[in-house]
Write a protein that binds this ligand. Sequence first.
Ligand SMILES: Cc1cc2nc3c(=O)[nH]c(=O)nc-3n(C[C@H](O)[C@H](O)[C@H](O)COP(=O)(O)OP(=O)(O)OC[C@H]3O[C@@H](n4cnc5c(N)ncnc54)[C@H](O)[C@@H]3O)c2cc1C
Length: 485
Amino acid sequence: MLLKTVLHWFRRDLRVTDNTALFQAYSESERLVPVFCWDDAILRSPDVGAARVDFLLRSLHSLSRNLDSLGHRLVIRHGPPEEVLPTLAREAGASAVFVNRDYEPYSVARDARVEAVLTEHGIQLRSHKDRVIHEGREVLTRTGTVFSVFTPYSKAWKAKPLSWPAPRIGGPKAPAPSLGSLPLPESAAALGHPAGQSPCAAGERAGLELLDQFLEARVFDYDHGRNLLSEPNGTSLLSPHLRFGTVGIRTVLERLQSARTRTTTTVGQKSCDTWLSELIWREFYIQILANHPRVASGSFRPEYDQIQWRGTDAQFEAWCAGQTGYPIVDAAMRCLNATGWMHNRLRMIVAMFLTKDLMVSWQRGERHFMKALADGDLAANNGGWQWSAGCGTDAAPYFRIFNPVTQGQKCDPDGDFVRRWVPELKDAPADCIHEPWTRPLLLARSRYPSPIVQHDVQRGLCLEMFKAVKGASAESKSTPSSANE
Ligand SMILES: Cc1cc2nc3c(=O)[nH]c(=O)nc-3n(C[C@H](O)[C@H](O)[C@H](O)COP(=O)(O)OP(=O)(O)OC[C@H]3O[C@@H](n4cnc5c(N)ncnc54)[C@H](O)[C@@H]3O)c2cc1C
């Protein structure tokens, strides 16, 4: 029997197609009330910055238009969810609130509070798996424990059946109740984030277009293109969409499978498999955070919390501002600060530079990234930082230290990326642009800073710093496929 009225509470699933809980809410009820709740605990969090709020807001505008075109109306409220949802459910006469599960510690605690208050009022909270293909404890080792190494996790993940996209919801089956709703602000400034600008088009349609453009051709060259900074981008640029759920993961995998059947070349097929691997890294880190929420506030390997980080505040600030004197690091940081975006290879380079060359705690870098990135996501960001610092589940060994010069030469061989973001070096020739200090006259004319540390010297100091706390388990067996130097 159908429920009379239900709410669907949108969080990280801002789309009308392939949305598991939304489709269930629609199918199991006579009347569906879609709702979004502005939560100050998130909006005012020091970890939330303008690029992310801007992407969220523009995705909400798109969601609202998509619901309108289907005949539904998005109800917007503002306040603590444990107050807003029960109040709205009572106003609407709803007997259940549908949600897609979220695995971050804040969200898990928030949902438990919401569920407790709803239950007091005789209203159910019905949660569904949607953000991932395999969640929580669905992928386990033979002895029933959670994987902490990627390669066997990935193998076990692939051995399990995939799930397929949920259909798009249809139009209303009965007139919606009349409910008050706040207008959506036009810009992030109204939400306290004045400089807001996200790096790519937001919303469900834009996300699907991005996916299709990538799967049309670039995915077949992903193995090669993902490590270069040249245009067009060799990666999909889908991360803000996967972060906010403007594209569903089942849709992504279904279309990837179909793309893979269109290529007959080994290179093309291998590239498709590598891209799948990156999507599995995403789920790997989500399950690590869900099963080990302590990683949000400390190293996965606790001995690494004893490291005496030697870096100074001034060095950290120079890194944040893109003023370290290492062109690839500075270009990457300036690009991040201006656009809310950074390429994966650059994320690894600047994270290694902060933790290993400057010897500043990975957690300071993690926080700066969270605030600046449009795709800032606790699980992936924390995983990426712990991997780079060498203290994570499946981390790069602590003694693996990227050389920022050779890294720059490999991913930006002509220096075009550096010239774009470090205009002081716009006249530098390609053969020295990643080490301008080798041409003192050029450096003096450019007003670009000299390196704030010497890589070779720091390398030795860093190894000492890590060795002082290193446990026997410091080395791990695998690394993200995108990390080969
Ligand atoms: C220090 C550091 C911090 C990072 N912070 C974030 C973050 O806050 N949010 C975020 O989404 N990713 C983060 N990543 C992972 C990765 O850099 C981005 O997902 C990727 O750059 C996004 O670009 P894309 O969508 O074009 O990726 P593609 O190469 O096209 O990959 C497709 C998707 O796979 C997922 N993915 C790819 N690589 C990884 C990875 N190593 N870990 C987890 N998921 C991955 C992303 O959802 C991505 O959109 C971080 C990596 C590092 C090293």
